[in-house]
Design a protein around this ligand. Structure first.
Ligand code: FE2
Ligand code: FE2
Length: 166
């Protein structure tokens, strides 16, 4: 059974994953509004993936005898300065999620909760991928710079690849 404090922390993290879905969907809307359908599709796929992450926590909490309590989600930004700005914010958010997962793992370790450690290991690996992907896209967009032609190519590339995460 989950300890009360780890259960509460897992609940908090469940809402963090749902906020990530909310944030990516806001970014998708921004790209749709700015005629970059490839970026919009990529962000939407990310949003769906974050929702599945949230649901993994949802199920895990019940599997371990806890109960789920949803929290209200902050309003994500509706506009961004540029594609680079949106992807930089996405990357920064992934780094924050990684830190939150690490903190959960540290707590599971401290409590000697082996099942939670195994559960969280999947997320630790997932975050390595997420940070790598978003970091690479940020670097690519820095190379794109002010070139509209390159931005359109980038958009087409993202549209054809869809989500690259797991
Ligand atoms: Fe996630
Ligand atoms: Fe993510």
């Amino acid at each position: 059974m989950l300890s009360k404090s780890l259960g509460a922390a897992m609940n908090e993290h469940l809402s963090k994953e749902l906020y990530a879905a909310h944030l990516y969907l806001a970014m998708s809307a921004y790209f749709d509004a700015n005629n970059l359908p490839g970026c919009a599709a990529w962000m939407r796929a990310q949003a769906e993936e974050e929702r599945t992450h949230g649901m993994k926590f949802y199920e895990y909490v019940y599997d371990r005898g806890g109960s789920v309590e949803l929290m209200s989600l902050d309003k994500p930004p509706a506009t961004y300065k540029s594609a680079l700005d949106a992807f930089e914010q996405a990357h920064e958010h992934e780094r924050q999620v990684s830190q939150a997962i690490d903190a959960l793992y540290a707590q599971a370790l401290e409590e000697g909760d082996y099942a939670s450690q195994v559960f969280l290991q999947w997320f630790i690996q997932e975050q390595v991928e997420e940070e790598k992907t978003s970091g690479t896209l940020v670097e690519t967009l820095k190379m794109v710079g002010d070139s509209t032609a390159s931005l359109l190519l980038f958009d087409r590339e993202l549209g054809s690849r869809g989500s690259s995460g797991g």
